[in-house]
Design a protein around this ligand. Structure first.
Ligand SMILES: Nc1ncnc2c1ncn2[C@@H]1O[C@H](COP(=O)(O)OP(=O)(O)OP(=O)(O)O)[C@@H](O)[C@H]1O
Length: 633
C-alpha cells in the first residue's frame, strides 16, 4: 500500500499514475535499471548497423559527456516576529531587536532614497572568505571535506555544442511592471554590490557570471535579507532560484546556528527547499552547491527513485541546506533520519504546484505537523511563475506578515517567447511536427537548437519518441513510467544535444533550466493555462528569445479564452480563428475558471481584494513607472 509519504503522482508529473506505479516509488525503491537507455522501438532487437542504431550509439556515448550537471531604517526592526526557538538559539550576544528573533546578527541599514540601498551587517561577522570559519563552527566532523568544484562541468568544452558567448540580455526585463504589497517593504537594489552578501558568496556569483541581479532578485533578495516572509511571482527563466538561494546562504553565513548538536544521527538542516519533481530538486541542488561553494555550507539533496542509502550517507555527513521532494522527505522524517527542528529558512519552489490538490496534504504534514518551527519563527519564501488566487489564500497559512511580490503580471508569460498556435487535427500532428523540425533544421543558425515536445500521456510520449527515431530524428523521452536513471540519462542526452528532441509529459514542465531549448511544441495542449505557461517557459530563459508552438483542436476548447488572453497580454499575434473560438468557448470548469473575470491569473496580491483604494496598507509599487500607487492600478 502506498504510504502517505510515497511520492504522489504529482511528483512524477501530472499524468495519471496507477496504483502499482505509485506504490513502486517513494518509500520502496525500485531497483535501478541499466543506465544506457534503449528507446522502446529498439528494445529486444539485435544490434545492427542501421541509422537508428548509429544514433543510439551516439546516445550511449552521450552519457559520458559529463555536461548537464548542471528601511528606511524600518525593515527588519519594525517587523515583529513572535519570539521563539531561534531567538533563544541566536543568543550570540548580538543585539536582537525587540520582539524580532531574526535580526540579531543582521541589522539592515537601508539608506533613504530608495535605490541606493546598503544592506549591511552589524553584530556577528561573516564567515571568512574561504569559508573555513563556518566549517569550524558547524563542525562537520571537525575537518572540511574536499569539495568538488561544481563549476567544473561548465568549464569543460562540450563536443556537441560549439563554444559560444551566451550573452544574457537582462535589459529585456527592465521595463517590467513590479507590484509589491505588505508592510514596510524594503526597497529594491540595482546591483549585487549594493547588497552585502559576503565575500565567498560574491565570489561564487562572479563564477556564475551573474553581472547584475534580475528584476525578481532586485526585489526578493533585500526583502528576504531583511528577514521577511515572501510570496514571489516572477516569469519563467527570470532567476528565482538564486533569489531564494542567496538570502538563505547569506543568512546562514551571517548567523550560524548556536547549539546545534554535532554528529547527531538525525540530520538537522537549517534550510529546507522543497520542489515538486526529482529533476528540479537535483537542478536546485546543483545550483545551490555552486552558490555555496567554499562557504563551508553543505547542501544535500533527497528525492525518490534514487537509492535512499546514498542519501542517508550524505545526510550523516552533515547538512545545512536540504533540497528535497516531499515524498522522499516524508520518508526520511518517518525514519527519524531528519529533524526539522532547526529549520530557519523554508523555500517552496513552484509553490502553487506544491500547494495544489496533489501535494498540499504532504506539504501541510511536513510544515505543520512535524517539528518545524512555526511561521514567524522561521522565514518562509514561496516562489513560482504562477500563483492562482485560491492557492495564494492557502499559502498564506504558511507565512507570517509576508510581502507579496509580482514581477510582471502573475501567471503571465514573457514576451521573449514567440507563441504560435496552429489548428491541427490529431491525425495530422505528427506530420506537422515533422514540418516544424525540418523548418528548424533549415534555419542554419538553429542547427544546434533543442526542441522540447510536450504530450499528454506517458504512452503517447513513448509512441512519439519511437516514431521520431524511426524517421531518423534522434529523440528521447522523460515521463513518470521511466526509471530514475532512465530519466536522468534522457535529460543529460537532451541537454548535451546528443538527442536534440525530448518528448515529455508535464514532469518536465516546471523549473527545468536547459540552455538552448529553442522551441517548445505543445503537441497536446494542457487543460490548465498555468501548465501552458510553465511548459513554454522552458524556452526564452534568462533574457534569450524562444519559440513555442501549440497544436490546437476542438478538444482544447476550454483553454481557448485564457490562451487568447495570455497571448494578448504578452503582445503576441493571435490568429483570428482562435479569437473566434474564444468568443464561443466557455471556460468549461476546472482550474481555468479562476482565470475568468477581470483580474486574470490572479494578477495581484489576493489580500488586496478586500482592501483597495487609498491608504491601502498593503500596497506599494516600484518598477518601470515608479510612482506612489501600484503599477497595476
Ligand atoms: N543575475 C543573473 N545573471 C545572469 N544569469 C542569471 C542570473 N540569475 C539567474 N540567471 C540564470 O538564468 C537562468 C534561469 O534561472 P532560474 O532557473 O532560476 O529561473 P526561474 O525563474 O526559477 O525559472 P522557472 O520559473 O522556469 O523555474 C539560469 O540559467 C540562471 O543561471
Amino acid at each position: 500500500m502506498p504510504s502517505v509519504w510515497s511520492e504522489s503522482s504529482s511528483e512524477l508529473g501530472v499524468e495519471h499514475v496507477n496504483a502499482n506505479n505509485s506504490a513502486s516509488v517513494g518509500a520502496t525503491i525500485p531497483p535501478s535499471r541499466s543506465s544506457s537507455y534503449v528507446p522502446p522501438h529498439l528494445r529486444n532487437r539485435p544490434q545492427g548497423a542501421s541509422t537508428i542504431n548509429n544514433i543510439i550509439a551516439v546516445s550511449a556515448e552521450g552519457s559520458s559527456l559529463g555536461a548537464g550537471t548542471r528601511d528606511s531604517g524600518s525593515t527588519a526592526s519594525t517587523v515583529n516576529r513572535p519570539g521563539g526557538a531561534w531567538a533563544a538559539r541566536d543568543s550570540t550576544g548580538s543585539a536582537l531587536p525587540s520582539g524580532g528573533a531574526w535580526g540579531g546578527a543582521r541589522v539592515n541599514t537601508v539608506q533613504p532614497g530608495g535605490r541606493g540601498v546598503g544592506v549591511g551587517v552589524t553584530g556577528s561577522g561573516w564567515s571568512n572568505g574561504s569559508g573555513s570559519a563556518w566549517s569550524g563552527r558547524s563542525g562537520w566532523n571537525g575537518a572540511r571535506e574536499h569539495e568538488k568544484n561544481p563549476f567544473a562541468a561548465e568549464e569543460q568544452p562540450n563536443p556537441v555544442f560549439d563554444q559560444e558567448n551566451t550573452g544574457i540580455n537582462f535589459d529585456a526585463y527592465e521595463d517590467i511592471p513590479v507590484e509589491t504589497s505588505g508592510e514596510n517593504v524594503p526597497p529594491p537594489v540595482n546591483t549585487f554590490a549594493e547588497i552585502d552578501l559576503g565575500e565567498s558568496l560574491n565570489e561564487n556569483i562572479r563564477r556564475c557570471k551573474y553581472v547584475k541581479p534580475t528584476p525578481v532578485q532586485k526585489y526578493a533578495i533585500p526583502i528576504s535579507l531583511a528577514g521577511r516572509d515572501l510570496m514571489a511571482c516572477a516569469q519563467t527563466g527570470s532567476g528565482k532560484t538564486a533569489a531564494f538561494c542567496f538570502p538563505i546562504i547569506a543568512g546562514i553565513l551571517r548567523s550560524p546556528p548556536i547549539g546545534r548538536p554535532r554528529g547527531a544521527r538525525k540530520a538537522l538542516p537549517l534550510a529546507l527547499i522543497l520542489s515538486p519533481t526529482r529533476e528540479l530538486s537535483s537542478q536546485i541542488h546543483d545550483e545551490a552547491k555552486k552558490f555555496a561553494y567554499q562557504t563551508g555550507i553543505r547542501v544535500v539533496v533527497a528525492y525518490g527513485g534514487a537509492p535512499i542509502h546514498n542519501q542517508l550517507r550524505e545526510l550523516e555527513r552533515g547538512v545545512d541546506i536540504l533540497v528535497a521532494t516531499p515524498g522522499r522527505l516524508g520518508d526520511l522524517l518517518e525514519r527519524a533520519r531528519v529533524s526539522l527542528s532547526y529549520i530557519k529558512y523554508l523555500a517552496l519552489d513552484e509553490a502553487d504546484r506544491m500547494l495544489d490538490m496533489g501535494f498540499e496534504p504532504q506539504i501541510r504534514r511536513i510544515v505543520e505537523q512535524m517539528d518545524m518551527p512555526p511561521a514567524g519563527q522561521r522565514q518562509t519564501m514561496l516562489f513560482s511563475a504562477t500563483f492562482p488566487r485560491e492557492i495564494q489564500r492557502l499559502a498564506s497559512d504558511f507565512l507570517w506578515n509576508y510581502i507579496f511580490l509580482a514581477v510582471g503580471r502573475v501567471g503571465s508569460s514573457t514576451d521573449l517567447i514567440v507563441q504560435k498556435v496552429e489548428f491541427v487535427q490529431d491525425a495530422e500532428k505528427r506530420s506537422m511536427l515533422m514540418d516544424l523540425i525540418h523548418a528548424q533544421k533549415a534555419t542554419g543558425s538553429q542547427s544546434q537548437a533543442l526542441t522540447l515536445v510536450f504530450v499528454e500521456t506517458k504512452r503517447g510520449a513513448d509512441a512519439l519518441e519511437d516514431w521520431l527515431c524511426r524517421m531518423g530524428f534522434p529523440a528521447t523521452t522523460i515521463h513518470g513510467d521511466r526509471s530514475q536513471s532512465e530519466r536522468e540519462h534522457a535529460l543529460r542526452s537532451f541537454r548535451t544535444g546528443v538527442t536534440p528532441i525530448l518528448v515529455a509529459t508535464d514532469v518536465a514542465a516546471r523549473g527545468l533550466d536547459i540552455p538552448r531549448v529553442a522551441h517548445v511544441v505543445n503537441f497536446d495542449l494542457p487543460s490548465d493555462i498555468d501548465d501552458y505557461v510553465h511548459r513554454i517557459g522552458r524556452t526564452g530563459r534568462a533574457g534569450k528569445t524562444g519559440l513555442a508552438t501549440a497544436f490546437f483542436n476542438d478538444k482544447d476548447l476550454s483553454l481557448t479564452r485564457p490562451l487568447v488572453e495570455l497571448m494578448q497580454e504578452a503582445n503576441q499575434e493571435v490568429p483570428g480563428w482562435l479569437v473566434n473560438y474564444a468568443s464561443r468557448a466557455n471556460y468549461g470548469g476546472g482550474r481555468n475558471r479562476r482565470s475568468g473575470g477581470g483580474a486574470r491569473f490572479g494578477g495581484r496580491d489576493y489580500r488586496r481584494e478586500g482592501a483597495r483604494g487609498a491608504g491601502d496598507r498593503y500596497s506599494s509599487a516600484y518598477g518601470g513607472s515608479g510612482g506612489g500607487s501600484s503599477a497595476w492600478d
